[in-house]
Design a protein around this ligand. Sequence first.
Ligand code: FES
Length: 303
Amino acid sequence: MKDTVGAGRRTLRRFAGPVALADRLEKSKALDKPIRALAKVVREKIGPGRARDLLHGVPTGKPLHPPLATVTLGCWLSATLLDVAGAGPRAARVLLAAGVGSALPTAASGLTDWSSLHLEQQRVGFVHMLANVSALGLFSASLLARWSGHERSGRALSLAGLGVAGLGGYLGGHLAYRQAAGANHAPQVSHLVALGWHDLGRIKDLPDGRPVARRLGYIQLFVLRHGESVTVLADQCPHLAMPLHQGRLVIEDGEPCVVCTWHGSTFRLSDGSVKHGPATAPAPAFQTRVRRDGTIQVRPGLT
Ligand code: FES
């Protein structure tokens, strides 16, 4: 019995191995210097504006990097499978070239997202990037070898590339699912707030023109009074959860917005939609009304 339990624990430890390594990577300070330097360069080179929003995926409402990475890795995996299956060389070369060609936008979008993450996420993302750059080098070398008639070497380089890309993919999964980079951090309002109107205190108790936080059941709200009306959003920034009531109020293109000061995501006060990334999901907005006695009422569901 003891042996069975011991074997079970050993098996569990083996399965926990890669996760434990990635967890340790989050805490390792060994690469912090180049990480900080690179993140600064990326933020300076790809400054706020349309190109940056496009690379984050703001127009599509979802991060752009994951679908692009799927194209790149899918091409490389398919090319290697064709090699293993012994298919003709032409199709594998086309797939390899497509993978190498798509790597540039994939890397650009990933790098842009990465530059606006927490340091623990950047540590994992940095090694993810190193692995993928190495994979790109190996697949490019494979393509060159095949073009110059060294088919066998080309296939070996592809296999090596796939192994390294697998490591990069594993760390990408850790970053996305365990560290929630790219996920929507806004609260799931429809699951946390009952339908219908809820009292939120008196309007006279709110400062005019300065956002404050108020609680509604399980969630915290961003509440902004402007004269006799009130704007209410979920307070958690959808990017990485900074309390939005600590943000900066601005007017952009004539639209009143709140800027999250952690990474610059900008949300329209009218409906919580994203004006600028890195956030790609909106801040949930609430309908509001002020009763005759001055009681503010809010109801989920404006967005
Ligand atoms: S937490 Fe990153 S922009 Fe708000």
